[in-house]
Design a protein. Sequence first.
Length: 335
Amino acid sequence: MATEQKKTTASEKKLRVALTGYVGFDSITGQIEKKLLKRGFAFNLMVVGRSGLGKSTLVNTLFASHLVDSKGLLKTNENGVPIQTTEIQSVSHIIEENGVRLKLTITDTPGYGDQVNNDKCWEPIIKYIKDQYSGFLRKELTPTRDRRIADTRVHAVLFFISPSGHALTPLDINVMRRISEIANVIPVIGKSDSLTIEERTAFKKRIKEEIEYHGIKTFPYADVFVDEDLSGGLGSVLDEEERADRQLVNAIRDVIPFAVVGSEKSVVVDGKAVRGRRTRWGVINVENEDHCEFIALRNFLTRTHLQDLIDVTSMIHYEGFRTKQLLALKEASGN
């Protein structure tokens, strides 16, 4: 591998030619940026977890706007038994920040895990994710397809874990594993302020061990770097950037699962308004890294890995689905 890398680098050096004057192709990044800003971006986020874990509040806190309403607990019959199964509810909003326009679609899954019998409660979730892939593939294969296909594929799944302090439930393990095979799963501990620091640390350690033991793949992946195939023969030119990327990924994986708290309200602490809430023990400041890992999640989700989530969905999860579907069509036509 090292010899191969040296050959590539040597070949790249032979191809390089010094310019004798200014050409102007360095402006291509500005041209691309201008087009992208005009077009806008799309990001599709799914939240999965039992009722009462603060899913809607966290999403609203992450994007600093009221995007989704809490669904609350499900309706029950006269015996107090929930009468609904897992539903899929999506809502889209256009949000803008410093001239960057983002179409954000939030997909909620009310009813998940709230039944007496939760057998197959994950099926509507899996079906929805695959349906988005199927719809995208159909549009891709249409002879007169649109110039730009609207992307409804789920780019990230925030999987909410109850702050029990004990362990993952068999249901959580089963569903996380199933979803992780077709989408980017990011586990979070909802309402983590119900745990002490010591309890939180021990709980996170136990969850990490269970995730590894059961072979659940969580994003970011330790062995997937979507920019590697784009590096061409640049060799050592990108080595430093790649090392920095890998260090960042390792740092994020050390934090997972994110222990989070959400709040749309502001409280005053030392004369300064902060997002949080007052409890009998004091103020929970969601942006204080000593209180929870909300900042780490927000930075990861929006500031460092937003595009990676989109790219991995397209290049790995969707491509895997697409390949299977096209091979199945080929086999069917051959018969």
